[in-house]
Design a protein around this ligand. Structure first.
Ligand code: MTE
Length: 299
């Protein structure tokens, strides 16, 4: 286990050149044009006057390990991911288990655009106009029991469609979790689109989390299952490297990753580095969730 854990962590941290070498050459990029638009009821900009990252970058520089560990490959390799029909099941500590078709969910809630800063644990960042609905609204529909304290999320497991699931780079399927109060926070989003259009497959179609105050790995893609728990569920990266990737994963410039500083970030599409902000700039909104919690211990 320790062997592949170290390997997996190494791959996450590998510079672009190394990944390109491992995959044997650059993938062909197809022009990434949003195919159709979503009806947006409300637009909220939560990135101040920071420039929106071009769609071309946000959709061609992705982390989707089910397809590849290289950033530019999922654009091509995930192209044919079947995202309809797509059912999201709900189980665990709920009044009764449920199942939703993704298009039913899209009709159930008012769709909003949220422009958020987006910060990966690898110290790069973007500004993305996500489209979706509050995770809190979805949690409400699920009717969790009073004993529920956490919520877990599971990505599709389908090694025929997701070639890297035949590989041991991560334990599959990809899983993530939140405390229930985090999931109910108004900034937590279930995204179904970006840049006004449905999510491209490589960005986690048809449905993914977007938790803007946490490192990107918490924002699990292509969700098929939501489970309510009384105890903290496991998350994929903390299973592999618990010393490097915690359950909380709040963006924090003062707590370094064991192998690199988190004080600065490289904004994709811009030169130089900018300082990383506490909770990715959402301190005022979210710090109440963590009152009294030692953020160095619970990274
Ligand atoms: N979800 C799944 N299922 N598989 C993944 O490999 N990568 C995570 C997260 N969600 C990942 C995932 C990581 S490390 C990041 S930074 C973000 O997705 C990247 O989202 P983006 O590619 O849309 O920018």
């Amino acid at each position: 286990i320790a062997g592949w854990a170290a390997l997996a962590a190494g791959v996450l941290a590998a510079p672009a050149g190394v990944s390109a070498f491992l995959r044997g050459g650059p993938a062909r990029r197809r022009p990434a044009v949003p195919p159709d638009r979503l009806a947006i009821a409300r637009r909220v900009n939560l990135a101040g006057d920071e420039k929106i990252t071009p769609f071309e970058e946000a959709s061609n520089y992705t982390n989707f390990y089910e397809f590849s560990t290289a950033k530019r490959d999922p654009t091509v390799l995930a192209r044919d991911l079947r995202t309809r029909p797509w059912t999201v099941t709900v189980d665990g500590l709920v009044k009764r288990p449920l199942a939703f078709e993704v298009d039913e969910l899209i009709r159930l809630f008012p769709i909003e655009e949220r422009v958020y800063r987006w910060r990966c644990v690898e110290a790069w960042s973007m500004v993305i106009p996500w489209v979706g609905f509050p995770l809190a609204d979805f949690v409400g529909k699920c009717d969790p029991l009073p004993a529920a304290r956490f919520v877990g999320f599971t990505t599709l497991y389908d090694p025929k469609q997701m070639p890297m699931q035949n590989d041991g780079v991560l334990p599959w399927p990809y899983v993530e979790g939140l405390r229930l109060d985090e999931a109910r926070h108004p900034l937590a989003l279930l995204a179904v689109g970006m840049y006004g259009a449905p999510l491209p497959p490589q960005n986690g179609a048809p449905l993914r989390l977007v938790i803007p105050w946490k490192y990107g790995f918490k924002s699990i893609k292509s969700i098929v299952k939501v489970t309510f728990h009384d105890k903290m569920p496991k998350s994929s990266w903390s299973k592999v490297q618990p010393g490097e990737y915690g359950f909380y994963a709040n963006v924090n410039p003062n707590v370094s990753h064991p192998r690199w500083s988190q004080a600065k970030e490289r904004r994709i599409g811009e030169g130089g580095k900018r300082p990383t902000l506490m909770f990715n700039g959402y301190r005022d909104e979210v710090q109440g969730l963590y009152a009294g919690l030692n953020l160095r211990k619970f990274y």
